[in-house]
Design a protein around this ligand. Structure first.
Ligand code: SF4
Ligand code: SF4
Length: 375
């Protein structure tokens, strides 16, 4: 049996049916918004983790009745889905986990508590400080006891290691697929997004792992050399999902190829593996999650290190840095990112946008101008 990217487009719907059946059978569902949430802990609790990040413009108008208009569209979309009860994954969630990442998100979680139970983890904003790691370990232990109380289960060390193993395997399998694009690209940016984003909705980690392995083998075997080379574009910045992929679409319509994404939908966490050699799984998880190079960290040197490696390894010809409107942390980091990219002798384009289609024409012109610099 062969597998292709198209199979990943159905994951959301099939998972939804399975989640509904699992709920009817008494299994719990936990909604998450950010890559800092250790899904291993949810899996070890016997619950299904589901990703709730809003990537559609649809519920934003409803969100703006409560939240300020001048807020990142990802936060407004996420809250709008919750407020209008139009996301089935949110609807099925018994508990929501948030984190104190950016100001907008953490304040939004305060309001979301009126709709569903929300547990917010206090995320320290420094990668390389012992005290920060200690606080994060404490927060992970607190999450463990919140999950145990709310879901009425015991999270044993054995279950944690088992879940860690599953997530490590899945992460490595996604990375192996993304890495194929280091050579002649086998996946367009839209296909990359479909695979990396859709897998977050799978309710069955073992099945997802098999699908990813199969796809990687299929793609590696089907690689064809000799097609006309396109400008290789690296996308960085704020998270993108299916529904908010307009920049990827525009780059590819203009003749470029997004060979890799550094953002949360892409490579940002794919190099991170939980260290299974440590004796305490909570410490091992804390170390992994504290290393995520998100702009809410201050300073955030790991993102620049990762970008530098990716520029070389994916042989980027240009970098597009996407900031969602009112995302101050990514917006400010654009200055350092631009310096790094230009220092590599590459053209750099920083775009600030939202989920609407009102700026498509302007974006298109700017992207075409960037690609002309490469040609
Ligand atoms: S960009 Fe940062 S805050 Fe947003 S999902 Fe990723 S890790 Fe979380
Ligand atoms: S894109 Fe920026 S403002 Fe929006 S949720 Fe992520 S970190 Fe916060």
């Amino acid at each position: 049996m062969t597998i292709n990217v198209e199979d990943f487009t159905h994951i959301r719907e099939t998972s939804l049916i399975k989640i509904k059946e699992a709920k009817d059978g008494g299994q719990k569902v936990v909604g998450t918004y950010c890559t800092y949430c250790p899904q291993e802990m949810i899996l070890a609790a016997g619950a299904i983790p589901v990703s709730l990040c809003g990537t559609s413009e649809k519920p934003i108008a409803a969100a703006e009745e409560v939240l300020p208009r001048n807020l990142c569209p990802l936060i407004k979309s996420s809250y709008g889905f919750a407020a209008t009860d139009t996301c089935p994954f949110f609807h099925f969630s018994d508990l929501i986990i948030g984190e104190t990442t950016c100001d907008g998100k953490k304040k939004m979680f305060e309001i979301m508590q009126d709709i569903k139970p929300v547990h917010v983890m206090q995320l320290p904003h420094l990668h390389q400080l012992d005290a920060a790691l200690k606080l994060w370990i404490t927060e992970l232990r607190r999450l463990r006891s919140v999950l145990e109380t709310e879901l009425g289960v015991e999270i044993t060390e054995e279950k944690l290691w088992e879940a860690i193993d599953k997530v490590n395997r899945e992460t490595a399998a996604v990375k192996a697929i993304c890495d194929l694009n280091k050579g002649e690209p086998v996946l367009s940016g839209l296909d990359l997004l479909t695979v990396t984003w859709s897998r977050n909705f799978s309710s069955d980690k073992d099945r997802m792992f098999s699908m990813l392995k199969e796809l990687q083998e299929e793609l590696a075997a089907s690689r064809q050399a000799g097609s006309a080379p396109k400008p290789r574009v690296l996308l960085t910045g704020c998270p993108v999902g299916v529904g908010s992929e307009k920049v990827i679409r525009l780059v590819e319509e203009a003749g470029g190829c997004i060979v890799a994404m550094e953002n949360c939908s892409g490579y940002k966490t794919l190099e991170l593996q939980t260290d299974t050699g440590l004796s305490d799984p909570i410490v091992a998880l804390a170390q992994k999650y504290m290393s995520i190079p998100c702009s809410c960290m201050s300073p955030n040197p790991y993102r620049l290190e990762l970008l530098q490696r990716m520029i070389k390894e994916f042989r980027a010809d240009a970098v597009v840095d996407l900031t969602w409107q009112a995302c101050h942390t990514y917006n400010i980091e654009a200055f350092e990112v631009g310096k790094l990219v230009r220092g590599n002798g590459l053209p750099y384009l920083h775009l600030e946008s939202d989920y609407s289609s009102s700026d498509l024409e302007t974006l298109k012109i700017r992207i075409e101008a960037l690609l002309e610099m490469v040609a």
